[in-house]
Design a protein around this ligand. Structure first.
Ligand code: AVJ
Length: 317
């Protein structure tokens, strides 16, 4: 936990610069989605979750509410809840209200400040529950049991954030979480399911253009935080369903030949070239179970909403 707790804004900025330089030097160009979430990106994501077209958040929340008692039954009492990523605290609050005598709440979140804010929100709603926000990147989890409050742990990884990772990375992540959570661990996982391509594409290309702003904010952030010179009017948002890979891809397409400067380097774009900024993999109950099992977990129970659009799964170590 120490190296996680030590990650402040300056280290995060250097990490952001390195990731961008590496990704923009690659062919095809790509950038990691975790850098979407500065204050503005988190605000835009919050707006996305309330869009008509963006069904995942409300579907998962309704499902969580509905099957809360069954989740509590499966998890058992006295769990230390460890959320990977922070979010608004709304899902954590639903889970904590459903569980029997939760022992503590911890969230790990890359944005310093957001971690504390979520822990504070949860603390205000659950007086007497120990809470802690830890600034850190959950894709670099320490593998020795971390200094969390005592008690059996329940990892919480909602929102289909797992879908941001390629299958091999997702397997590593789930397996690292198993090590991080320790003996007797369980993990409650939210996963978006494969569905009609039109529904998927609309969810990532909304009519109001909020998702476009969210995507472009990555470039705006690079300008703000790293002194890059992206021209935001010279890139366009794109979302496409890739059925072979079972994923939505978000891209930023360069509208002309141009050169962008960042961290003392120049990056050339040809007209039409894209930066692949996000993948959002979609699962089937079967593909989710296979992935969990490859990562050394057992699928204890899986629930879906009435339309079979979203799944919650509880895994045990
Ligand atoms: C937070 C990764 C689950 O993939 O649906 C929403 C992010 N990107 N709209 C998703 C996102 C564009 C979201 N996750």
């Amino acid at each position: 936990m120490n190296q996680l707790a030590a990650m402040g804004p300056i280290v995060a900025r250097a990490h952001f610069a390195n990731d961008l330089v590496e990704g923009l030097s690659a062919t095809p160009k790509t950038t990691p989605p975790k850098w979407f979430y500065d204050a503005e990106g988190s605000r835009l994501f919050g707006e996305i979750t309330r869009l008509e077209e963006y069904y995942p958040t409300r579907t998962e929340m309704a499902l969580l509410k509905q099957v809360g008692p069954e989740i509590a039954e499966a998890a058992g009492p006295g769990r230390v809840v460890v959320e990977y990523g922070s979010g608004s605290g709304d899902k954590a609050a639903l889970l904590l209200s459903a569980l029997t005598a939760p022992a503590a709440y911890v969230c790990l979140e890359i944005d310093p400040g957001a971690a504390q804010a979520t822990a504070d929100t949860v603390a205000a709603r659950f007086p007497g529950l120990p809470t802690r926000g830890v600034a850190g990147d959950f894709t670099h989890l320490p593998q020795d049991p971390p200094a969390l409050p005592r008690g059996p742990r329940l990892g919480f990884f909602p929102g289909s954030t797992l879908g941001n990772f390629d299958p091999a990375e997702a397997q590593t992540l789930l397996s690292d979480m198993r090590g991080h959570l320790g003996a007797g661990a369980a993990l409650l996982l939210g996963a978006d399911l494969v569905k009609d391509a039109a529904v998927l594409e609309a969810a990532y290309d909304d009519a109001k253009g909020v998702t476009a702003d969210f995507n472009l904010n990555l470039l705006a952030r690079a300008n703000r935080d790293l002194g890059a010179d992206f021209d935001l009017t010279a890139f366009a948002h794109e979302a496409r369903w890739n059925p072979e890979a079972s994923r939505i891809e978000m891209h930023l397409r360069s509208l002309k030949d141009q050169t962008v400067h960042l961290a003392g380097k120049a990056f050339a774009f040809t007209a039409g070239e894209t930066i692949h900024t996000e993948s959002s993999y979609k699962f089937t109950p079967k593909s989710l179970q296979d992935l969990a099992e490859k990562a050394g977990w057992k699928l204890q129970q899986l629930w879906t909403d009435p339309k079979d659009w979203f799944a919650l799964a509880i895994l045990t170590a």
